[in-house]
Design a protein around this ligand. Structure first.
Ligand code: ADP
Length: 621
C-alpha cells in the first residue's frame, strides 16, 4: 500500500518566489502519476517536497494516512531518480546500486540478492563490474533506476529521468519504465515537460502552469475534455487551433460565427453549455487539426503552406474571419497543393469553447443541477411544488435564507433516479441520453426549470419524453443565494438572541446585555426586558487594531455600541464567511455573515458593531 495525499500544499521560496500554490491531489496505490507543464511551473518543487528535500511552506502531505511534513527524507521510504543520474564515477555498477543499502547496514547476502534481482529486471546483469564512464546514457539511466529499486521503496519519484537521452533511446526507455512500473507494482510519480511522455506513460496526468494545477485526469479525458485553454493547447501536436467566434443559438442549435462563416453544432452532438449566458457573446473556439478535413463545400480556405509528414499532411490555412493561421492534419494525397483555394469542414462534435475572460471551458457536462427556489418558513417552493423542509435543513439555515435564497443546487452524483430515503422528487421528461467518458448522462427537463437536469445512470433504456422522477436527498442539497453562497451551513443555526434590559433616559435608550451597555437614540420601546436579536447580515465585525482612534489620533478607543466576542467557528462560502462567535449573555453562539476578507481565528480580539438596523427587540414572554 502506498497512497499519497497532498492537501493545500504551498511552496514559497525565500525571496518570495511562489513556486506552488494550493496543490491538492490524491494519488492511489500503484498509480503512475505524471506531473507535466512548461519549465518553471513547479513540478520539481512539488516532487522535492514529496521526497522531503524541500520544506512544505504550508499544507499537508500524507503517505498512507501518515502526516509526512516533518518526517526526514530517509524515513519516508521514497526513492528518487534524477535527470543527472548522480552515479559515483569511481564505483562499479554493483557498488553504485548497493551503496544506499550498505549505508543502512543491510547484511551482505541480502544486498547481493537485491542488486542481482534489480539488475535482472533492468537487463544490466552483465554490467555490474563496470564503472559509469564505460556505460551508455541508457545504461546509466538503468543503473540509476536500479539503485532506486533495491531500496524497495513505497513510492518512486522520477524527475525528468529521460531528458539526457537521445530521441530513440527516450522512446525505448519510456516503454521500459512503464513495464517496470507494472512489474514492481509500486506508486510512481514522474515529472516531465514532454507532453508525449506524459500522454504515453501516465495513468493520470497533472497539468501544471505557474505553480497551479490546471487539471488532473486520464490522458484521454485531458485530450478530449480540457478544462481550460492552457490544457487544451499544451497537449496535442500541432496544437489545438484557438480563435474568437461569436456564439449564437437558433432553433435550439448552437452556432459559432467568424467573419462570413457560420458553423452549427448538430442537434445530436451532446453539446451542453455549462454557462448559458454566453449565448450572443464572443467566446474562444477550439478545434484540433485532426478534426478539420477537406470537403466539397463548407468553409472556404486558402492553403498557405503544406508540410508532408509521410502518411499525413499538415495544412496551414487562411480562413476569413480568423486572424490566426489554422492548421489541419489530413491524410496524405497528391491532390493537395499549396497556394490553392479549398473548402474545409470542422467536426463540431470535437469542438471546444472557452470563456474569453477566464479561459475556462464552457462546454461539457455540468457538475451541479440547479433549480430556482424560494423559501418561506419551512416550506420550499420548487417547480411550483411545495416541499416541507426537514429540521436537518431548517436548523442549519441562515436567517437571510427567506429573503436571499434563490437557487437550490445538488451535485450530479447525488441526483438519483431511484428513490432514496429522506428525499423529495421532481417530475421530469427524458430529453436524451449522452455517453461521455465511459458514463451515461441522462438529460431531463422539468416543467418549470429552465436548465436541463442531468443524472448519471447505468441504464441506457430510456425513451424520449418518457416521464421519470428525479430524487433529491435533503442531506445533499445546497440552498444558495444568487452569488452561490451556501445558506444551509454546516453548523446548527440558533437565533442570535440574548435577554436584555432596556432603559430610556432623556433622548437615549440604554440597552444592557449581561454587563455590556449599548446606547442608542431613543427607541420606540418601553423600559423593560426584551429578547435582543442580532440580524446576521447587518452587524459589522471590528478588530482591536481597526478601532477608531481618539481625537488626537493616538490612542485606540473602544468603539461605542459594540459587543466583545471571541471566535467559535468559521465556515467559508463563496463571497462571505459565516462566523460563529461566543458573546457574553447570549445563550448559544451568535452566527454572523462576514463580508470582509479575513479570518476571525487570526484575530485575538474583536467586537460586533451594532446600530439601530442591526437588531430587533422582541418581547420575552
Ligand atoms: P519545474 O520543475 O516545473 O521546471 P521548479 O519546481 O524547478 O519548476 O521551479 C518552480 C519555480 O520556483 C521557478 O520559478 C523557479 O525559478 C523557482 N525555484 C526553484 N527552486 C528555487 C530555489 N531554490 N529558490 C528560489 N526559487 C526557486
Amino acid at each position: 500500500m502506498s497512497k499519497l495525499l497532498l492537501k493545500n500544499i504551498y511552496k514559497v521560496y525565500e525571496g518570495g518566489v511562489r513556486a506552488v500554490s494550493d496543490f491538492n491531489l490524491e494519488i492511489n496505490d500503484k498509480e503512475f502519476i505524471v506531473f507535466v507543464g512548461p519549465s518553471g511551473c513547479g513540478k520539481s518543487t512539488t516532487l522535492r517536497m514529496i521526497a522531503g528535500l524541500e520544506d512544505i511552506t504550508s499544507g499537508e502531505l500524507y503517505i498512507d494516512d501518515e502526516l509526512m511534513n516533518d518526517v526526514e527524507p530517509k524515513d519516508r521510504n521514497i526513492a528518487m531518480v534524477f535527470q543527472n543520474y548522480a552515479l559515483y564515477p569511481h564505483m562499479t555498477v554493483f557498488q553504485n546500486m548497493s551503496f544506499g543499502l550498505k549505508l543502512r547496514k543491510t547484511p551482505h547476502e541480502e544486498i547481493e540478492e537485491k542488486v542481482k534481482k534489480a539488475a535482472k529486471i533492468l537487463g544490466i546483469e552483465d554490467l555490474l563490474t563496470r564503472k559509469p564512464k564505460a556505460l551508455s546514457g541508457g545504461q546509466r539511466q538503468r543503473v540509476a533506476l536500479g539503485r532506486a529499486i533495491v531500496r524497495n521503496p513505497k513510492v518512486f519519484l522520477l524527475d525528468e529521468p529521460l531528458s539526457n537521452l537521445d530521441a530513440k533511446l527516450r522512446v525505448q526507455m519510456r516503454t521500459e519504465i512503464t513495464k517496470l512500473h507494472k512489474q514492481l507494482e509500486t506508486t510512481f510519480i514522474y515529472v516531465t515537460h514532454d507532453q508525449t511522455e506524459a500522454m504515453t506513460m501516465g495513468d493520470r496526468i497533472v497539468v501544471m502552469s505557474d505553480g497551479v494545477v490546471q487539471q488532473v485526469d486520464t490522458p484521454t479525458t485531458l485530450y478530449e475534455d480540457p478544462r481550460n485553454v492552457f490544457v487544451a493547447t499544451f497537449l496535442g501536436s500541432p496544437q489545438m487551433n484557438i480563435f474568437n467566434v461569436k456564439l449564437t443559438k437558433e432553433n435550439d442549435l448552437l452556432n459559432v460565427s467568424f467573419g462570413p462563416n457560420k458553423v452549427a453544432f448538430n442537434a445530436n452532438q451532446n453539446i451542453e453549455l455549462i454557462d448559458p449566458t454566453k449565448v450572443n457573446e464572443e467566446v474562444i473556439f477550439g478545434i484540433r487539426p485532426e478534426n478539420i478535413s477537406l470537403a466539397k463545400k463548407g468553409i472556404p480556405a486558402y492553403i498557405d503552406q503544406i508540410e508532408e509528414l509521410g502518411s499525413e499532411i499538415i495544412l496551414y490555412l487562411k480562413i476569413e474571419g480568423i486572424d490566426e493561421i489554422v492548421t489541419a492534419k489530413v491524410p496524405s494525397s497528391k491532390d493537395i497543393k499549396a497556394e490553392t483555394n479549398v473548402f474545409v469542414e470542422f467536426d463540431m462534435s470535437k469542438g471546444h469553447m472557452f470563456d474569453k475572460d477566464t479561459e475556462m471551458s464552457i462546454l461539457g457536462v455540468k457538475e451541479f443541477n440547479s433549480f430556482d427556489i424560494s423559501i418561506k418558513g419551512d416550506t420550499l417552493n420548487i417547480n411550483k411544488q411545495k416541499v416541507k423542509l426537514p429540521e436537518s435543513i431548517t436548523d442549519n439555515l441562515l436567517d437571510i435564507a427567506e429573503s436571499e435564497a434563490k437557487k437550490l443546487s445538488i451535485s450530479l452524483n447525488n441526483t438519483s433516479l431511484v428513490e432514496v430515503p429522506d428525499s423529495f422528487s421532481i417530475k421530469t421528461k427524458v430529453v436524451e441520453l449522452i455517453q461521455k467518458n465511459e458514463c451515461n448522462y441522462l438529460y431531463l427537463k422539468a416543467e418549470y426549470n429552465d436548465e436541463y437536469i442531468v443524472v448519471k445512470t447505468d441504464s441506457t433504456k430510456f425513451k424520449k419524453d418518457e416521464e421519470v422522477l428525479v430524487y433529491l436527498p435533503f442531506k445533499s442539497i445546497s440552498v444558495e443565494d444568487k452569488m452561490r453562497n451556501r445558506l444551509n451551513v454546516h453548523d446548527r443555526i440558533y437565533k442570535n438572541s440574548a435577554i436584555c434590559e432596556l432603559k430610556n433616559e432623556g433622548d437615549k435608550s440604554i440597552i444592557t446585555i449581561d454587563s455590556q451597555k449599548l446606547v442608542f437614540n431613543k427607541l420606540p420601546y418601553e423600559d423593560g426586558k426584551y429578547n435582543f436579536v442580532i440580524k446576521s447580515d447587518k452587524a459589522k465585525i471590528l478588530f482591536t487594531k481597526a478601532f477608531v482612534k481618539d481625537e488626537k489620533n493616538r490612542e485606540y478607543v473602544e468603539p461605542i455600541n459594540s459587543l466583545k466576542c471571541s471566535a467559535y467557528d468559521e465556515e467559508k462560502s463563496r463571497t462571505f464567511n459565516v462566523i460563529y462567535l461566543k458573546v457574553k449573555g447570549f445563550e448559544n453562539y451568535v452566527t454572523l455573515i462576514n463580508k470582509e476578507d479575513f479570518s476571525v481565528y487570526k484575530m485575538p480580539e474583536f467586537r460586533i458593531q451594532l446600530d439601530e438596523n442591526s437588531f430587533l427587540l422582541e418581547s420575552c414572554e
